[in-house]
Design a protein around this ligand. Structure first.
Ligand SMILES: Nc1ncnc2c1ncn2[C@@H]1O[C@H](COP(=O)(O)OP(=O)(O)OP(=O)(O)O)[C@@H](O)[C@H]1O
Ligand SMILES: [Mg+2]
Length: 327
């Protein structure tokens, strides 16, 4: 199956000289939920804005379902919906009016039925005649999604959909995004909440300093890069690691009351052919006379992996002229 979105060698240098994107290649499959993770200023919004035709690329190409976003912009734009990072709506317009207007912006003929379907899907039908100013924050979020869906796009961008949103609403939005995906909409979301990517995404891309540093299936990523820890609660505290245990990836914790053994999560994946070394560890503990009364394992989260990946960021816009810094 061909990709729904194909980004090739995309670059963006803003007028300031800042290189916000430095050669991004990305291919998005039909029907997937793709999470784009990255720290502030990584280039997430720039990438989305280029695909949506709001920002012009400096180099490279973007195709939506085979339509080049510059030469065939009308066809490409019609397939794309955007829920922007900044909340902007016309306070005195009505819910139904603003969604109908958004649909019209894309040259779609008025269709009361289509507008009703979108408003019902987002639980806004009861508020269809309310002025936007009277909506709660959560309703406004949903309204922005309704506006983005008004022209029935195939590819929906959610730029930090749940920033500053409470836990309940966040879960509602996640459920909503899954429902959208089930109706055939492909979803790309950016987020700072790693938990969101962990919960939602089929695949994850990490962008840092304008470069896509990694794209992978979420599950494979967590398997490959994740680490596991085995923590043993000792029967008697140790002042230091016994020499008999030297050379093992072990550390004392909890004031000598626990031993922590760290190993690659990949080692325990089915068919990995690698060994976690736990059997040897237990053997050597026995030989060294170190007894334990309890043990537990834990696995690193996507957050640990992400922090590891962006800990050493490539200098963003390194070749940009250095402006006299005011800050
Ligand atoms: N219009 C602009 N003019 C000049 N520089 C810009 C412009 N828009 C963004 N930038 C810069 O480009 C870089 C990437 O910004 P972008 O908004 O794409 O990041 P982001 O990943 O979306 O960050 P955040 O997580 O904070 O939303 C940043 O250094 C930003 O300051
Ligand atoms: Mg952004």
């Amino acid at each position: 199956m061909t990709a729904l979105l194909t980004v090739r060698d995309l670059t963006k240098t803003y007028a300031s000289g800042l290189r916000a994107l430095q050669g991004v290649d990305l291919s998005i499959r039909r029907g997937e939920i793709f999470a784009l993770l990255g720290p502030n200023g990584a280039g997430k919004t720039t990438l989305i804005s280029i695909v949506c035709g709001i920002v012009r690329a400096s180099g490279g190409t973007v195709e939506v379902d085979g339509h080049d976003i510059v030469r065939q912009w009308r066809a490409a734009r019609a397939l794309v919906g955007l829920v922007p990072q900044e909340l902007t709506t016309d306070a005195f317009e009505t819910v139904r009016g603003t969604v109908a207007f958004s649909r019209g912006l894309f040259g779609k003929p008025p269709d009361a039925g289509a507008v009703e379907r979108v408003l019902r899907a987002l639980s806004l039908w009861d508020r269809r005649d309310s002025k936007i100013i009277t909506l709660s924050g959560g309703m406004k979020r949903r309204l922005l999604i309704a506006k983005a869906l008004a022209h029935e796009p195939r590819l929906l961008f959610l730029d930090e959909p749940t920033a500053g949103v409470d836990v309940t609403l966040r879960r509602d939005l996640w459920a909503l995004v899954r429902t959208l995906r089930d109706t055939g909409v492909t979803v790309i979301l950016t987020t700072h909440y790693i938990e969101e990517a962990e919960q939602m995404a089929d695949r994850v891309g990490v962008i840092n300093g304008g470069r896509l540093v990694l794209v992978d299936d979420k599950a494979a990523l967590m398997r490959k890069l994740g680490r596991k820890q085995l923590t043993l609660a000792l029967q008697a505290p140790l002042a230091a690691l016994p020499p008999a245990l030297a050379g093992l990836p072990l550390a004392l914790a909890e004031g000598g009351h626990a031993l922590v053994y760290t190993y690659e999560a990949a080692a325990t994946a089915p068919g990995s052919g690698q060994r976690s070394g736990i059997a040897e560890l237990l053997l050597r503990l026995g030989e060294a006379g170190v007894g334990f009364k309890d043990l537990q394992t834990s696995q690193s989260s996507l957050e640990d992996i992400f922090v590891g990946l962006v800990a050493d960021p490539p200098a963003a816009g390194a070749a940009a002229p250095t402006a006299p810094s005011a800050a």
